[in-house]
Design a protein around this ligand. Sequence first.
Ligand code: LLP
Length: 425
Amino acid sequence: MDAAFDVSLVPPGLRRLDFDALAAEHGTPLFVYDEDALRSKMREYVAAFGPDAVTYAGKAFLCTAMVQLVGEEGLHLDVATGGELHVALRAGFPAARIVFHGNNKGDAELLAALRAGVGRIVADSHDELDRLERLGADVGVVPRVLVRVTPGVEAHTHEFIETGTEASKFGFTVSGGVARDAVQRVAASAGLDLVGLHCHIGSQIYVLDSYARAVEVLVTLVRELADRGVTVGELNLGGGLGARYLAEDPVLDVAEYAQVLQGAVREVSAGAGIAEPRIMVEPGRSIVAPAALTLYRVGTIKQIPGIGTYVAVDGGMSDNPRPVLYGAGYEAYLPARLDAPRDLECTIVGKHCEQGDIVVQGARLPADVAVGDLLATPATGAYGYSMASNYNKVPRPAVVFVRGGVARTVIRRETLDDLLRLDQP
Ligand code: LLP
């Protein structure tokens, strides 16, 4: 007999919901976020790093209501494209508190950012620095620039989401003096304002020491620059703190993460004899992943003799491509039978026309799971909706925020007609 589902994977505000009523009103699949969990994680970050030191990475999950929460909790907002910038600005987010990322920002995207008065642009290449000088002059502003640096450290995570190594497509390498030259160029340019350095070593990181090693490389660079008369005031250390997806995954403490980063910056700066730069961080996943679950309905159960059992739900890789992209694991449970032992080992699959369309590999469910049951996968708040697609013309799910037991729709479900709205017959 297998142990019951570990309910600590579900945020408190979602544990006692009437999921039948929720599904009846909003349909399935459905993304359900605990608004208090979102807010309390943002508060933990602000408490640990201080006001104005935390930037929410919008790529993890972005919509108007989320932008508003980020604003209300006093965080800055990281956008990675003109599209994310548009959503942020349309939601009324103050441009001065936006950090604009991207390894290949186009003229139109940069112009939109400069015209809006975006507070920080993270420059990723010499081409971009050329563009920023030219477009800044056209608009009549001096862009505030951070130079993105690849420190050459490994983050011990999936290779697709590891970005701090020298082979990364992002940023300027520290080795060979490439980053140093880029920073000197910005500092020397009358058309650019040097705000600081940026580095993001990767995502879903459990080994905090990886950050300490990145800090060492960065602060050494700050020292080198100081020797050449360039002062770096701000170090943005990116995001990446890992989230707990499976019962056996560690719970990473934001305060401890802050101590590692702050301690490393303090120690290495003192050793290098330079003034401590101020730190910013850019968490996405660790704020939103644990705050949500996805609610599905079981549609078919298929037992293949001698092979195993497929439990098929009404979504799949179109609402969560992470299993197929990164081999990511999730837990699953039946909200109506939360405490039941989970005797059945099965594969939870979606409804798409691909064998790789897996929701949970090696899932455990109560053996009496039946067609029509509601099934939930916790910890789906990051990079699920934001990477959702219409593959097989499946409409994207609705998203609700729950507070005090009450759900409000923040993104409506797509209709079949939405699937045709771009077609030009
Ligand atoms: N800052 C920068 C510059 C980033 O590129 C990212 C994530 C973050 C901050 C936020 O990292 P987080 O705290 O969320 O780990 N689709 C992948 C994750 C891609 C991460 C991209 N960059 C996944 O589902 O695992």
